[in-house]
Every structure is written in structure tokens, then in C-alpha cells.
Ligand binder design. Structure first.
Ligand SMILES: [Fe+2]
Length: 370
């Protein structure tokens, strides 16, 4: 498994950034920071380090924004990138680095151009508890012309160093803690039930399933700092698994839904989580019920009930329903067809085609009152 070379974690660990830059001999870092995070107390820490920064992007960054960032990096001769934010900011920073160093425009790498040169060092500082982008060789970007979210894998995408500081999560509201925490949980569960799971990956995913319930519940009830710290570590470790295991139909569907609606990735994943698990259960009973057991949930429907209670009690149900209502004419068939092209389909436990995928979408819409 590829991993970042350096990991610094713990409450207040962001204070090590200056020391880390000196140790890595980086003198001119380019700050890519989520605009909302920049306004938070955690984001203001970075004003002491940087003058100019790049924050001209939203929830779903586009090729244009990548190319603008790459131009700046080349023009100003920055020697590294520091990405502060959720998956969007970190993925954007990865593609900016790749494009700036290897030339051309970002779109080239999503066609057939191969990057040959290592990007400048990337220090990732995630500010959500679920993305795992900081430990992943993948990056996703929005192509607004189609519109479609497109992802690629590159060995040059793995960040050089990661700082996991739970202080970065303090300003998240309950829905965002739930959405990003459940995204991390879904990475673990989908890895565990994956058709491509191995004995080794199941040992890791089983351990993560044992550990995830308590900090997720504590983080939602009282925003406990030690719970947030545990969630960050779990999200980081979970993401290391799925270049090996792949994910499932819930993640495959989340990308087209996110592209069409602009919905946050974690909420889009949760939209399909229950219906996709019910569909898959027949072909992954042993691993699904093992997950239920190690999480300390009642056997039978304990896991599905737990998922439902987190969705309801965190406020995610209302948020998803509101998001879906803005797009009353969502094309079920179009979302299904795009999802079926996803690299996560071969690892889905149960075989499925257009009919089954449309059924999962319709059931999900029904669950959220649409
Ligand atoms: Fe995800």
C-alpha cells in the first residue's frame, strides 16, 4: 500500500507546520485553501504563513480552476503545495501540482496524457473527518461541460506529508460531521463487503469497523475532541484500503448525483447507502453480518437501523431531502447509466445492470421523500 511519507497527528499538531516545512527544505509553498475554511479560526492560522493563496473554488472544483492554479504555481515558482480543506481542496491541489509540473492543461490527463514527473511536494491538511483524500492516489474533478465528475489515479497524487489535527473539525456543523464521518464509515463497509476484498484487507476493515461507531456517535453528540481525532485517523486508514478493494454501487451513484445537483459528496453517498446495502445483502451476508457483529449492533437489522438512526438524528435526512427537492426532474436513467461506468462496479458484491441500478435510485428517492 502506498502511503504518505510523513504523518503528524494529534490535537494542535498543525503548529508543527513551520518545522515540517523547514525539515522538508520547502521555502515557497503555494496555499490551496477551501474558501469557507479560510474564514474559520483554524483557517486564519495560515495567514501567518502565507501572503497570496488560492481559494477560488467551490464544493466541486472544475478544470478551469485547476488550470488557473497550475498557471499561478508555474508563474510564481512555488516549490510545494499545502492543501487545506476537504476532499475538494486536496484533490484540486493534487491535479494542480501534476499539471503545473508535467505541462499542458488538466483536461489532457483525463484523456490519455500520462504524467511522468513527480509533482512538487504536497502537504495535505484535511478539515473533514471523512474524505481520506489525504491518503489516496485518486483525484476527482468536475467537468462542467458534461456535467460529470471525473476521477483519475496517479502515483504522483499521494501527498508527501499529512497533518491530522482535530482542531480543523471544530467549526464543522453536525450535518457535516455526520456526512463526512459516514463517508469514511461507508469506505470501510464497502471495502469489507467488496468482491475484491482479501484476507489482509478484511483484517484492516474489520479493525476499523470495531473502532468507528463510538467516536462517530460521540462526535455527533458532543463534538468531543478525542472522538474527532479518532475519526480522522480512521478516515485516513480506511482510504488506504480501497485502491485494493474498490467500493460499491453507493459510491458509484454518488458521483453523478453530486455532479448533477452539486450535493456534498458525503450526503450523496448516504443518499444511496441504505438501498444499496439492502440490494447487496443477498451476496455478501457473511461479511455484512460480521460488520454488524463487530460494531456491537443487534443481529439481523442492527446495522441498517444504526445507519438510519445516524441519518435521522444528525439532520442529514432533512438536508438530503432538501437537496433532492431542488432537482425534481433528476433523470434516474442518466444517473444509473453513468454509475454503471464507474470503476466501483466490478467490486460491488452483487451483479447489477440498468434495471437494478434504477431500482436502487428510486428506492433511495422514496426513502428521502422524493
Ligand atoms: Fe467517499
Amino acid at each position: 500500500m502506498a502511503t504518505p511519507k510523513k504523518l503528524i497527528s494529534g490535537n494542535g499538531s498543525v503548529s508543527c507546520l513551520s518545522e515540517l516545512l523547514t525539515e522538508m527544505n520547502l521555502k515557497r509553498p503555494f496555499l490551496v485553501i477551501d474558501p469557507k475554511v479560510r474564514q474559520s479560526n483554524f483557517g486564519r492560522i495560515f495567514e501567518d504563513f502565507f501572503g497570496e493563496s488560492f481559494d477560488d473554488f467551490g464544493t466541486n472544483p472544475t478544470f478551469l480552476q485547476v488550470n488557473n492554479g497550475a498557471c499561478l504555481l508555474r508563474k510564481e515558482k512555488y516549490d510545494s503545495i499545502i492543501a487545506v480543506g476537504g476532499g475538494s481542496a486536496i484533490d484540486l491541489a493534487k491535479i494542480i501540482g501534476l499539471t503545473a509540473i508535467n505541462g499542458g492543461v488538466a483536461e489532457d490527463y483525463f484523456r490519455d496524457k500520462k504524467a511522468k514527473i513527480q509533482s512538487v511536494p504536497l502537504v495535505a491538511i484535511p478539515t473533514t473527518c471523512g474524505t481520506g483524500a489525504e491518503s489516496s492516489p485518486f483525484a476527482v474533478i468536475m467537468d462542467p461541460n458534461i456535467p460529470k465528475k471525473r476521477g483519475i489515479e496517479s502515483i504522483f497524487f499521494m501527498p508527501t506529508a499529512v497533518i491530522l489535527d482535530p482542531q480543523s473539525l471544530i467549526s464543522l456543523d453536525k450535518v457535516m460531521i455526520a456526512a463526512t464521518g459516514m463517508d469514511a464509515f461507508t469506505h470501510i463497509l464497502e471495502s469489507h463487503i467488496s468482491r475484491k476484498a482479501t484476507a489482509l484487507t478484511r483484517i484492516v476493515s474489520k479493525g476499523l469497523l470495531c473502532s468507528v461507531r463510538e467516536p462517530l456517535e460521540d462526535a455527533l453528540v458532543k463534538k468531543d475532541i478525542s472522538a474527532l481525532e479518532k475519526l480522522q485517523s480512521i478516515a485516513f486508514t480506511a482510504r488506504l484500503l480501497y485502491p485494493r478493494t474498490g467500493l460499491s454501487i453507493a459510491h458509484a451513484l454518488s458521483h453523478p448525483l453530486g455532479a448533477f445537483t452539486g450535493m456534498h459528496h458525503g450526503l450523496a453517498v448516504v443518499t444511496f447507502l441504505e438501498a444499496s446495502m439492502k440490494f447487496n445483502l443477498a451476496d455478501c451476508e457473511a461479511s455484512f453480518y460480521e460488520a454488524e457483529k463487530v460494531m456491537g449492533l443487534p443481529s439481523g437489522d442492527g446495522l441498517l437501523s444504526w445507519i438510519r438512526s445516524i441519518i435521522e438524528e444528525s439532520g442529514m435526512a432533512e438536508e438530503i431531502s432538501n437537496n433532492l427537492s431542488l432537482f425534481g426532474n433528476l433523470s434516474v436513467k442518466r444517473i444509473a447509466l453513468e454509475a454503471l461506468q464507474s470503476s466501483n462496479i466490478p467490486s460491488n458484491p452483487r451483479e447489477l445492470g440498468l434495471l437494478e441500478t434504477c431500482k436502487i435510485i428510486n428506492e433511495s428517492l422514496f426513502i428521502f421523500g422524493r
